[in-house]
Structure formats: structure tokens, C-alpha cells
Design a protein around this ligand. Structure first.
Ligand code: NAD
Length: 263
């Protein structure tokens, strides 16, 4: 295989993307589809899933709350039928969680953030690993962390705590599964242009008494390249990590963030 070909995932790769009906997950699912992979997407939002499947008829779908053990089991029942095995798990599910100081942090919101951002990664990895071990196609897991998984993030402590934990899970699984040929890496996106980032900026602006425009400028000042990243940037890194060119890349936390200096 020549070097340029090795930068693409091999056609026919069997890929499961969690929370992939919109945002970064959908960009990843579309990217794998374009590369000739077979893609199954699960998400909690049935309407968004149906839209994705209508636009991309080759993508198969399951409705599931990524934090629910029962739902995750049902997703793997579907995957057995649609893909008949698994080469790649993209553990993408994650919510922004509450914006609050620690003293007024709601315990229920804390627990929900842990359930969706961290427990989901455990639940999907646990069910995926037997299938990945049986794969003949350089199997791998890509775990979606965040720039908040390498920096402290005031007023977003549940989010930052879970994203650091995702890196710990990834590092540990990379060591555990390496001898069986399964690679595990994490991507740490910075602020991604889109609805979710706009909502985070609006919430942070409201909490600190500035306008959303001023808050956006404040965000950009923290980034060396003075720009946010796109979902396509994160999808491209995901595809690279699942390509033959990355066959010796494992246990790595890779930032795609235009170099965020502080949060
Ligand atoms: P998003 O908020 O756009 O949501 C993507 C999808 O997640 C939606 O389709 C939604 O229905 C689904 N979802 C939400 N809760 C779910 C649940 N419990 N079970 C199943 N699906 C659920 O997310 P995004 O911005 O695309 O982020 C994707 C990942 O990237 C997350 O892990 C996020 O933490 C991480 N990330 C995002 C950014 C950013 O700026 N957007 C930055 C760094 C890291």
C-alpha cells in the first residue's frame, strides 16, 4: 500500500458511532461512509437519526440513551444484525453538563454528566471489545474527550472531570487491549463551531454578565490560532486514527483545538 492510500480507512470497515445523529458524530459517520466503511449510528434523538439515515441511506441506526446499560445492549443486538461484527468503536457521546460554581452545583446534573460522558464509554467499550478482538482489520477505539480533558475549566467542573476520566479510561484500555491488537486513542477537540458552542458561550456570558459577542472574543483570545475548529477537522483526525497509517498509534490523547492555551 502506498503512503497516500494508507491515510484512508480501509473500505468495508465496520464502524459504530455513538451519539452520531448530529454534530461531530454525524461528521464522523459521513466521513467513514465516504471512505467506503459500513457505518452504524446510535443516538437518543430519533428525529435526527431518521434525518441522517434519509440523507445517507447506507448508514444504519438505533435509538439509544448512551448512558443506559439496557439500551447499549440493544444497540449491540442491532449491530450484530447490520454489521455482523465490529472493527471501530467511536465513543463520541457527551453532553456539556451544567454551567455553575461548585457551591450551587446540582448533584443530579453532576451525575447525569458522569453517566453520559463517562459511563457510556465504559458500557460501549465493554460490549465492543469481544467483537474488536475478533476483527481482522486493525481494530480500534476512538474516545471523544475535550480540551477540557487536559486543562481545568472553572464553572464546568462536571464536564472537565468526565473528560479527564475519558483520557484515563483510554490510557488504561490501550495497555489492557494492546496485546490483543486493539488500539485505543482519544481526541481532544477544542471549541467546535456550531449550535452547541453557541449555547455554551451564551450560558457562560449570562453567568458572568457579558454579551455573547464579548464572550466569543474572550474564547478566541485563548486560542493561539485565533479560530475555532470544525466538526470536519475532528472527523478527519478520527478517520486518520482508524487508517493503516496510524497502525502504531495507540494510547494517545490528541488535541484538535487550534492550540487552546487556557480555559
Ligand atoms: P452535540 O451536543 O451536538 O450532540 C451530538 C449528539 O449527541 C446529538 O445528536 C444528541 O442527540 C446526542 N446525545 C445527547 N445525549 C445523548 C445520550 N444520552 N445518548 C445518546 N445520544 C445523545 O455534541 P457535539 O458537539 O457534536 O459533541 C460530540 C462530542 O465531542 C461530545 O463528547 C463532546 O463532549 C465532544 N466535544 C465537543 C466540543 C464542541 O465544541 N462541540 C468540544 C470538545 C469536545
Amino acid at each position: 500500500m502506498n503512503i497516500l492510500d494508507s491515510l484512508r480507512p480501509i473500505p468495508g470497515l465496520k464502524v459504530l458511532v455513538t451519539a452520531g445523529a448530529s454534530g461531530i458524530g454525524a461528521a464522523i459517520a459521513r466521513g467513514f461512509c465516504e471512505a467506503g466503511a459500513r457505518v452504524h449510528v446510535c443516538d437518543i434523538d430519533r428525529v435526527a437519526l431518521d434525518r441522517l439515515a434519509t440523507e445517507n441511506p447506507d448508514i444504519t441506526i438505533s435509538t439509544a440513551d448512551a448512558s443506559s446499560e439496557r439500551d447499549v445492549d440493544l444497540v449491540f443486538d442491532d449491530v450484530r444484525g447490520t454489521l455482523g461484527g465490529l472493527d471501530v468503536l467511536v465513543n463520541n457521546a457527551g453532553i456539556a453538563g451544567p454551567t455553575s460554581g461548585i457551591e450551587s452545583m446540582d448533584a443530579g446534573q453532576w451525575e447525569r454528566t458522569v453517566a453520559v460522558n463517562l459511563n457510556s464509554q465504559f458500557l460501549f467499550a465493554r460490549r465492543a471489545v469481544p467483537l474488536l478482538k475478533a476483527s481482522q482489520s486493525d481494530p480500534c477505539i476512538v474516545a471523544m474527550s475535550s480540551v477540557a480533558g487536559r486543562l481545568g475549566y472553572a464553572y464546568r467542573t462536571p464536564y472537565a472531570s468526565t473528560k479527564w476520566a475519558v483520557v484515563g479510561l483510554m490510557k488504561s484500555l490501550a495497555i489492557e487491549l494492546g496485546p490483543q491488537g486493539v488500539r485505543v486513542n482519544a481526541i481532544l477537540p477544542g471549541a467546535v463551531e456550531g449550535d452547541r458552542m453557541n449555547a455554551v458561550i451564551a450560558a457562560r456570558a449570562a453567568a458572568t454578565g457579558v454579551t455573547p459577542e464579548e464572550m466569543r472574543e474572550e474564547y478566541l483570545r485563548k486560542i493561539s490560532l485565533r479560530r475555532m475548529v470544525t466538526a470536519a477537522d475532528v472527523a478527519a483526525m478520527t478517520l486518520f486514527l482508524c487508517s493503516p497509517a496510524a497502525r502504531n498509534v495507540s494510547g494517545q490523547a490528541i488535541s484538535v483545538d487550534a492550540n487552546v492555551e487556557y480555559l
